[in-house]
Design a protein around this ligand. Structure first.
Ligand code: AKB
Length: 312
């Protein structure tokens, strides 16, 4: 098996490439991103997912059989530049699906997001089938990508799979352009001994997950027996939910003089459209999803790594 990871230099991509190469060996992985990467432990190919010719030639030249398609602009970046978000998220996903169908790729895994939800979505313990109706370009394009994945499965027999991630917490590679980024920024500021000005209100509750659990879930779904999957592209996974105020209090248990002020900006309106918690039951039943890390363990682990970063 030869695996292509698009968006490989992003927050999830960086850690997924490391985990996949540990599991399958460095030579089985091809990392691809629009940003060039000088130091890569695996074969790195620079490419824009909007360029189908380039994507097809990489697949053919490298003998790719499986694709993790992660390239995307996140919620806040998408609102700043809707055209770019449409191009990368929509055209990019369409290109990956067409290339996968034409070149007989055996499986395509596309993570989705709580960004697919809108103001009409219920707030608590939300199951995958519910009112969606997103209002952001990120949400619209990611929801359409979920539906396209299902369409390609039904119509062409392409094995597409996906899950909706909550906010993801990681210390190795910084997030970029998301609404849930505040949580990582807050912990990073605390670790540096600095105060933090939060761009969401103190009581905004959102579902979250630690990156090691997010990576395990994606790999687990990619390996699941196809016959056991009752859903295709929209499994829910989540570990816990918290507000900026609760995160501040948790950090203060370890760094008592940590200070946070609140100055909500345009990202508050995005966060207000998302649920507070997700129901991950179907992912647990169908392919064994579970989380190792709770809220306190995540904050403790994040802070200890952020305080003593791995030298680059
Ligand atoms: C964002 O905030 O845009 C992302 C997400 C929830 O998908 N982290």
């Amino acid at each position: 098996m030869k695996i292509l990871v698009t968006g490989a230099s992003g927050q999830v991509g960086t850690e997924l490439v490391t985990a996949l190469s540990r599991k399958y060996g460095n030579t089985s992985i091809v990392a691809c991103d629009i940003k060039s990467q000088k130091k890569s432990s695996v074969n790195f190919r620079e490419a824009d997912v909007r360029d189908i010719g380039k994507i097809k030639s990489i697949i053919e030249e490298e003998g790719i059989s499986r694709i993790f398609h992660l390239a995307a602009l996140l919620s806040a970046s998408g609102e700043k530049n809707p055209e770019a978000a449409f191009g990368v998220n929509m055209i990019g996903t369409w290109n990956i699906l067409i290339a996968a169908r034409d070149l007989k790729i055996e499986r395509v895994i596309i993570p989705s997001t709580i960004g697919v939800f809108g103001p009409d979505t219920p707030k608590i313990n939300v199951p995958p089938t519910t009112i969606v109706r997103p209002r952001t370009m990120y949400g619209i394009t990611k929801y359409a990508s979920e539906l396209l994945g299902e369409y390609f499965f039904q119509k062409f027999g392409l094995d597409c799979r996906g899950l909706r991630y909550p906010g993801l917490l990681s210390y190795l590679s910084p997030p970029g352009g998301g609404t849930t980024d505040y949580a990582i920024e807050m912990m990073a500021a605390a670790a540096r001994g600095e105060p933090y000005e939060c761009f969401l209100k103190e009581n905004t509750r959102l579902p979250m997950m630690y990156m090691p659990d997010a990576i395990s879930a994606l790999i687990q779904l990619s390996e699941a027996d196809s016959g056991k999957l009752k859903r295709r592209t929209d499994y829910h996974v989540s570990s816990f939910s918290f507000t900026p105020g609760e995160l501040k209090n948790e950090i203060s248990k370890l760094i008592p003089d940590f200070q946070v002020t609140y100055r909500p900006d345009f990202r508050q309106q995005i966060a207000d459209q998302w649920p507070e918690s997700l129901d991950s039951e179907e992912a647990s039943v169908d392919w064994g999803f579970h989380s190792e890390y709770g809220f306190s363990a995540t904050v403790g682990d994040m802070l200890s790594h952020l305080k003593s970063p791995i030298p680059s």
